[in-house]
Structures are given as structure tokens and as C-alpha cells.
Design a protein around this ligand. Structure first.
Ligand SMILES: Nc1ncnc2c1ncn2[C@@H]1O[C@H](COP(=O)(O)OP(=O)(O)O)[C@@H](O)[C@H]1O
Ligand SMILES: [Mg+2]
Length: 381
């Protein structure tokens, strides 16, 4: 297939910030973004060429959306199997439904990893209460129990410290089945963004180090402060996963760096990823442009990083109260998602701070560079 010509319409399923930033990147390359969303004035709809309003399981809306676009991609992955089949029957869908089905379901995802010799944490499928007892015995305490579907930002999971907590966790986490995972005592968490187009060109961004707070990504540092050999292994894992999936599009691979120095893949997301937002200011071609290039079968340039970077998420009303100070801080490169209401825990925007290539500072330097947001971190702690 040749590249989709400028002027073509890129259909994006999902109306949040990832759709917004993909739509902006699409516009830069001469494409028009058409968003399927339930929010007429959401982050993506505000910057799009057109919007189809509808639920992701509304077949009539899915049909109207597909008919109106040239190629379909996602910023939101939890569309039903039926819905995916319907979209694929009308237009090319990248990444393919098969890939979304793997990433939507933690059991399918871990099974895929096992089939492809990709290391993961020890895990057990939990279909009933008896399975949970067996999993607890085999994995040992503490372990983590997760829903297989629809989890995000640490929602849909519980840490289990002893047998007295099993019943409550089993009853409260829905829907079943669940998956039990052995606790990884990680030194740090990292991720790799990998893109692949229909020509089979593949490109990976530098490994990112990620820090969470209350289950939500707080900070990303690029490059990750791990050895070059380990970084090469992380990139290799991401490339192998993209190849084994037959990926067309962009994929985020979250990994744990175990204290013994080995890598284990945590989860994959076949779309732009929060931990790749630093690329917007530190790379000539960022993850959103790479996403658009991959799904429109444009050439994929090397994912060059010209600067070191720190990304901090702006979450909820406390961070957004600092917006005037953020705008006044010359080093903070600010990205606002256009959401009207800053509810606690909601991702409202992010800032990037750049450092000359090779000069990412240590803890104190990172805090100092975050200016007004460093203070917010102290207050919240
Ligand atoms: N098996 C595990 N061992 C240790 N920490 C874990 C494990 N699974 C998840 N976590 C922690 O919880 C976070 C969120 O879990 P994850 O599976 O990535 O779900 P989500 O879909 O919410 O991102 C991870 O980034 C990590 O910090
Ligand atoms: Mg995750």
C-alpha cells in the first residue's frame, strides 16, 4: 500500500487527550481528524475536523463514523469485539482488532507474552474463588489481584497482604475472571514506545523511566537511568513484541526493571502512551506524529531525541490551580488538554522540561527544574 495522501481523513476512536494530540499531529501532516466520541466538546473534538457523537457499542454510530473516514485508529482501546469487526468490515483499522483484543485482556496479553518468550511477572488466571486460594499459595504474599479488563491508572486492582483479604478482594473486583500477579520488587519502571508501518519499517523511542503516585503516572524521565545494555534489551523486547503482533501503528510497552537487573513486561497499550509525552518537546518527530505516520503508511524516521527531558503530569484541581505560575515559568513547556472540569485524579495536562542531551540531572535538579510544580509535589506528599 502507498502512503495515504494529505487531505485524507484519519478516524480516531476516542475523544480524550491522546486523540487530541494525535489530531494535532495529523493536521500538521495535512490530514483531517474525525473523532468518534460521546463528548461533543471533549479534548479531541475541540481540535478535530469532524466528530461523530455516539457510544462505542452503538453500531449505527460506528457505521456512520467508518463511512466518513479513510483509515481508523484508536486512542481508547476498550471497544467491543463486535464493534471492532464492524469497523474492520468498512475501513482499514490500525492497529488491527486482533491486537486490541490481546491488550484489552490481561490473560490474553500474558498468554501472548508466554507464547513469544517475553518475560513477565509470575501470574495465574483466577476464574473462581478456589483459583484465588491456589494462586495465593503458589505466588505467596503479598501479591496483586487485577481485573483482566478495563483497568487503568491503578484502578481495578488490589494488593493482597494475607489470606484474610482474599474474600473482600475477590468480591469487590469486577468483572471476573481476574488475574493474580506475583509482586515484582522492581528497582524502577520503564517503557518503550515502538512504531511499525505496513511496509514493515519499525522505529523505537529511547527508554523512559516512569514514576507513579497513587497509581497514576506522575513523572517520566528520558532517557531512563539504566545501563546501555539493559536499555538495548528493553528496546529489543519492544521490537520483538511489535513484530510478533504484526503491529501497524504505535505501541507502548511498560516494563519492570527487577532488582536482579532483569526486565519483565507489565502491559502493552497499542496507542500513544502517557509515558511518551516527553517526545513532544525532546524529539523532532514525537510519538503522536509517529502514530499518524505509522497508520497512514508514511515513512518512519528514526526516533531521534535531541534533548534529555522530564515530563510531569498535571492532575486534578491542585495542579491546575498552578496554571498561571506554570505559564510564567520559562522552562516549563506546557500542554493543556482543554478539559472543563478538574476533578481529583483526572489528567488535565502535562509539562515537559528539557535539558541538553546527556545532562539529565539527579533528584534535586529535577525538582528544581519543575519550579512551581516541585512545591506542589511537596505539599501533596
Ligand atoms: N506485579 C506487580 N508488581 C509490582 N508492582 C506492580 C505489579 N503490577 C502493577 N504494579 C504497579 O501498579 C501500576 C499499575 O499497574 P498496571 O498493571 O500497569 O495497571 P494500569 O492499567 O492501571 O496501568 C504499575 O505501573 C506498577 O507500579
Ligand atoms: Mg500500566
Amino acid at each position: 500500500m502507498s502512503a495515504l495522501p494529505p487531505g485524507s481523513i484519519l478516524g480516531i476512536v476516542g475523544g480524550g487527550q491522546l486523540g487530541r494530540m494525535s489530531a494535532i499531529a495529523a493536521a500538521r501532516l495535512g490530514y483531517r481528524a474525525h473523532i468518534l466520541t460521546q463528548e461533543a466538546d471533549g479534548p479531541a473534538a475541540q481540535v478535530a475536523h469532524a466528530v461523530t457523537l455516539g457510544r462505542y457499542d452503538d453500531h449505527d454510530a460506528l457505521r456512520r463514523f467508518a463511512d466518513a473516514v479513510d483509515v481508523i485508529t484508536f486512542e481508547f482501546e476498550n471497544i467491543s469485539a463486535d464493534g471492532l469487526d464492524l469497523l474492520s468490515s468498512i475501513r482499514p483499522v490500525h492497529p488491527a482488532g486482533r491486537i486490541l483484543r490481546i491488550s484489552q485482556d490481561r490473560i490474553a496479553e500474558k498468554t501472548f507474552m508466554a507464547e513469544n518468550d517475553i518475560p513477565v511477572a509470575p501470574w495465574r488466571g483466577v476464574h473462581d474463588r478456589a483459583d484465588l486460594g491456589t494462586a495465593a499459595e503458589e505466588l505467596g504474599y503479598p501479591f496483586i489481584l487485577k481485573t483482566t479488563r478495563l483497568g487503568y491508572d491503578g484502578k481495578g486492582q488490589a494488593r493482597i497482604h494475607d489470606a484474610s483479604e482474599l474474600d473482600a478482594a475477590f468480591d469487590s473486583l469486577r468483572p471476573h475472571p481476574l488475574v493474580a500477579e506475583g509482586m515484582v520488587h522492581f528497582a524502577c519502571e520503564v517503557s518503550v514506545m515502538v512504531a511499525r508501518n505496513e511496509r514493515g519499517e519499525i522505529t523505537t523511542f529511547d527508554v523512559t523511566e516512569n514514576r507513579h503516585r497513587n497509581g497514576i503516572l506522575d513523572l517520566s524521565l528520558a532517557p531512563a537511568r539504566i545501563s546501555p545494555a539493559l536499555a538495548a534489551q528493553a528496546v529489543d523486547l519492544a521490537r520483538r513484541i511489535a513484530g510478533a503482533l504484526g503491529l501497524i501503528g504505535l505501541l507502548g510497552v511498560e516494563m519492570f526493571v527487577d532488582r536482579d537487573g532483569s526486565l519483565r513486561v507489565n502491559e502493552i497499550a497499542p496507542r500513544p502512551h502517557n509515558s511518551g509525552h516527553w517526545t513532544m518537546n525532546a524529539c523532532p518527530v514525537d510519538q503522536f506524529e509517529m502514530h499518524v505516520r505509522a497508520v497512514t503508511n508514511q515513512p518512519l524516521p528514526p526516533a531521534i531525541r535531541h534533548s534529555d527531558a522530564v515530563m510531569k503530569n498535571l492532575i486534578g484541581p491542585d495542579d491546575m490551580a498552578l496554571w498561571p505560575q506554570i505559564m510564567a515559568a520559562p522552562r516549563l513547556l506546557a500542554h493543556h488538554y482543554g478539559k472543563a472540569e478538574a476533578r481529583p485524579g483526572r489528567k488535565m495536562g502535562h509539562v515537559n522540561v528539557l535539558f541538553p542531551h546527556g545532562s539529565l540531572p539527579g533528584e534535586f535538579g529535577v525538582e528544581a527544574a519543575l519550579g512551581p510544580l516541585a512545591t506542589a509535589a511537596d505539599n501533596a506528599a
